[in-house]
Design a binder for this molecule. Structure first.
Ligand code: SF4
Length: 286
């Protein structure tokens, strides 16, 4: 069995940066609190919990003087203020691209624009952008862009959740520009998601099947799976090695491996090693 890896795969720049800082802090302090789950990958969360991480949901759960980790998706400015007021030591893992999206939304709101945020309203990154902006903010779901009208709005400022698609942002800009008096746009999309999607689409055309590794709650992993499945290539989505299916693997000689932006390298490697051993056992038995 030959394994062919999508590139890039696994942790994006922002997640790697945040998790590396968290691990270093766990080694130094023994105990670190995370405000919300630190990453959309249950296996990686489990590993971090075993090193002394504790997940809390609100700043009020923080003991005085403790260290609190902020995940790559960021938090609203007001919540950051609460943490600092409680004298917490903040380990800020907010991805710089996420911070930029939030800062641009805040700037637009201050300058009197109605802020439109292209994104998923329930995603922590979008919630942080919306709450930090404090002005008139409209979250536009990507699925509703096609029917959007905004006649009567005089000044509209647009930013995007970092993981949205550029074509959808372009369509939103076209629609808003047609109706609003003034439109100002900051393209705050990061390439980490689109480059992973493009590599899965390429890989799907050259393998007998593709395995997508990543948490079932990870939206970017779900998208990779959808792209692979839509290509017509047999696709299997696994969170860890227990998701591998002997029946699915049977007869496949070239297998593509891709992983979401929150999938750790150690998990990708573990699954690849198992697949290699399955492959060589099959060859030996021939
Ligand atoms: S996907 Fe992009 S914006 Fe989001 S954490 Fe990764 S690098 Fe940062």
């Amino acid at each position: 069995m030959e394994l062919i890896f999508a590139e890039p795969k696994g942790f994006c720049f922002g997640v790697r940066r945040a998790i590396t800082a968290l691990e270093k802090s766990l080694e130094e302090n023994g105990k670190v609190y995370a405000l919300g789950s630190p990453i959309h990958n249950p296996q990686e969360v489990e590993r971090l919990l075993s090193k002394g991480l504790e997940i809390i949901e609100t700043p009020s759960e923080m003991p005085a003087g403790g260290t609190v980790f902020v995940r790559a998706h960021g938090i609203p400015d007001q919540v950051m203020g609460e943490l600092r007021a409680r004298k917490a030591r903040v380990l800020d893992g907010t991805c710089p691209f996420v911070s930029r999206a939030k800062d641009k939304a805040v700037l637009l709101a201050r300058e009197g624009y109605t802020v439109m945020v292209l994104g998923d309203k329930d995603h922590p990154e979008v919630r942080a952008i919306r709450r930090s902006s404090e002005g008139s903010v409209i979250v536009v779901d990507p699925g509703s862009v096609a029917g959007l009208t905004c006649d009567g709005l005089s000044k509209v400022g647009i930013v995007s959740q970092t993981t949205q698609r550029k074509e959808v942002l372009a369509e939103l800009v076209t629609r808003v520009s047609a109706g609003a008096g003034e439109t100002r746009v900051f393209n705050t999309i990061c390439d980490a998601t689109s480059s992973r999607q493009a590599s899965v689409a390429r890989l799907a055309g050259s393998v007998d099947g593709i395995i997508i590794i990543g948490g079932k709650a990870s939206a970017n992993t779900a998208r990779l799976f959808q792209i692979a499945a839509a290509s017509g290539c047999p696709a299997l989505w696994v969170e860890d090695e227990t998701g591998l299916e002997g029946g699915w693997l049977k007869g496949k000689k070239r297998i593509g491996i891709a992983a979401g932006a929150s999938t750790p390298d150690w998990l990708i490697q573990k699954i690849a090693t198992i697949l290699e051993s399955v492959g060589s056992a099959g060859e030996d038995g021939r």
